[in-house]
Design a protein around this ligand. Structure first.
Ligand code: NAP
Length: 472
């Protein structure tokens, strides 16, 4: 998503020497890697689209994973970006030498470039749980982001570990197909209600005739997700967040009939502390006669199934690990070496960080989209990347018109980081839950200010915060 965007924007700005390196054999990022049943995006599709490439063909409010992948392929083709993509070329190394970036590629070739934009995604290195015995499971076992479509699940006993967005979507999609479904929950999740109506043929015809109709939907969703969510995450005391909590409580109360099951599904922390899950299917699915919520902790995986701490063996044919991602990877495992031989791995030894979510001191002309400390969670990452590209293009123009290479100063980085850390303490993510938003010390790493501030910061770089490297 972000790589295609960067290439489109660079071309629009008059750069005709743009290459997109892609480690896989086709584009698509998370929408290529994730193919699990029920895959969808919980941001309405007319907002989860590029602002300059609205799509009248979305089938429903929340487009499916395959539909979203097809959308990105279509935009890349339509804009001629597919021709710039070098598939099967993973960038393994990237070093700033004599004022330019020297790239090493997985096929043994090299390239030399002036600017690097790392559009390498956020959640793409699966986290495999360290549950004892998991390798000894006799049946098929795979991570949600590596769904094995050769495995038939129809009529099988399927276990799903995890209750994040991926697991919740999977459960809703497969419960009617499998013989038995066991969901292994370590921590309950708040689930916001939603509806997912299909767009009628008439509505789609109207969208084709008049993009204004799509823009209107997009703007309404953007407003709702900005003022009703992204702008208030920074203030745990916000009445809007209290309202979201009450809405989730009411959803649980009215959707789950059995009081025992209801209490086992009730989180003990505040809604939106962990990433909020949005689902119109989950509560219904987990109450099907063939579905079981397992809340006893997992002791070990046996060849025949999962053994919980109460000694029960839950017999399974297929095991799905919906256990999330290694969230601190960002551009890695690419080895990035900046000015004066500084390795990004060393600079990030205590955890990844970025000045204004975009860049790191001493790594000149190196920019990240959806990088560390950026706004994440229940918002369109396309919107985030588009705003970041506005910033990045201004930096590139600045370099093109005089300076040779620029990175944020260490002082500006320290200032930004101190302010970010202070603000993080009052965010909803810091109200007593465990989540992937937190760093090793337990402090939220995501953008802790309002989304309006993010938009404002991205629109006009503070050039005084950047320093010029002489490139020798
Ligand atoms: P996740 O949110 O990180 O959830 C991982 C789940 O696995 C959690 O419930 C976690 O429990 C559980 N888990 C991890 N290790 C475990 C272990 N050893 N034993 C038992 N349980 C374990 O991962 P995800 O569901 O793949 O989602 C990741 C992110 O991807 C989401 O937050 C979201 O940003 C994105 N996503 C978005 C959409 C969308 O529609 N936009 C859909 C899917 C994913 P604990 O809670 O106890 O840690």
């Amino acid at each position: 998503m972000a790589g295609i965007l960067a290439a489109i924007k660079l071309r629009e700005a008059g750069f005709d020497d743009v290459v997109v390196y892609e480690k896989a054999d086709r584009l698509g990022g998370t929408w290529r890697e994730n193919t699990y049943p029920g895959l969808s995006c919980d941001v309405p599709s007319h907002f989860y689209s590029y602002s300059f490439a609205l799509n009248p063909e979305w089938s429903r409010r929340y487009g499916s994973g395959p539909e979203i992948l097809a959308y990105f392929e279509h935009v890349a083709r339509q804009r001629g970006i597919d021709r710039l993509i070098r598939c099967g070329r993973e960038v393994t190394g990237c070093a700033f030498e004599r004022g330019r970036w020297q790239l090493r590629l997985s096929d043994g070739t090299r390239d030399e470039v002036d600017f690097v934009i790392a559009a390498t995604g956020v959640l793409h290195h699966p986290a495999f749980p360290d549950i004892p015995g998991v390798a000894r499971f006799a049946g098929p076992c795979f991570h949600s982001a590596r769904w094995d479509h050769r495995v038939a699940i129809t009529g099988k006993r399927v276990g799903v570990v995890g209750t994040g967005s991926s697991a919740i979507q999977i459960v809703g999609a497969i419960v009617d197909e499998v013989a038995e479904l066991r969901l292994f929950q370590r921590t309950p999740q708040w689930i916001a209600p939603t509806e997912n109506p299909a767009y009628t043929d008439e509505e789609k015809a109207e969208f084709r005739r008049s993009p204004a109709a799509m823009k209107q939907i997009r703007e309404a969703v953007r407003q709702m997700l900005t003022d009703g969510f992204a702008n208030v995450l920074s203030d745990a005391d916000s009445p809007v967040l209290r309202g979201i909590h009450d809405m989730c409580v009411a959803h649980l109360e009215r959707s789950v009939r059995d009081p025992v099951l209801r209490e086992r599904l009730r989180p003990s922390y505040r809604a939106a502390c962990k990433r909020l899950i949005v689902s119109d299917r989950f509560y219904e699915a987990i109450q099907r006669p063939n579905a079981t919520l397992v809340t006893e902790g997992i002791e070990a995986v046996d060849p025949a199934g999962i053994r919980t701490r109460d000694g029960v063996l839950h017999a399974l044919d297929v095991l799905v690990l919906a256990t999330g991602f290694r969230v601190d990877r960002f551009v890695r495992p690419m080895r990035v070496v900046g000015d004066r031989g500084l390795a990004l791995d060393d600079v990030w030894a205590a955890g990844p960080f970025a000045y204004m979510t975009i860049a790191v001191p001493d790594f000149p002309n190196f920019y990240m989209l959806n990088g560390p400390n950026g706004p994440v969670g229940n918002f369109s990452l396309i919107e985030v990347a588009e705003l970041q590209m506005v910033y990045v293009l201004q930096m590139i123009e600045r370099v093109r018109s005089g300076a040779c290479a620029m990175s944020p100063s260490r002082e500006a980085m320290a200032r930004f980081d101190a302010e970010r850390r202070k603000a993080a303490t009052t965010t909803i993510w810091n109200t007593g839950c465990k989540s992937w938003y937190l760093d090793d010390s337990g402090l939220p790493t995501a953008w802790p200010f309002t989304f309006d501030r993010f938009r404002a910061e991205m629109s006009r770089p503070r050039f005084e915060d950047w320093v010029v490297h002489d490139g020798t």
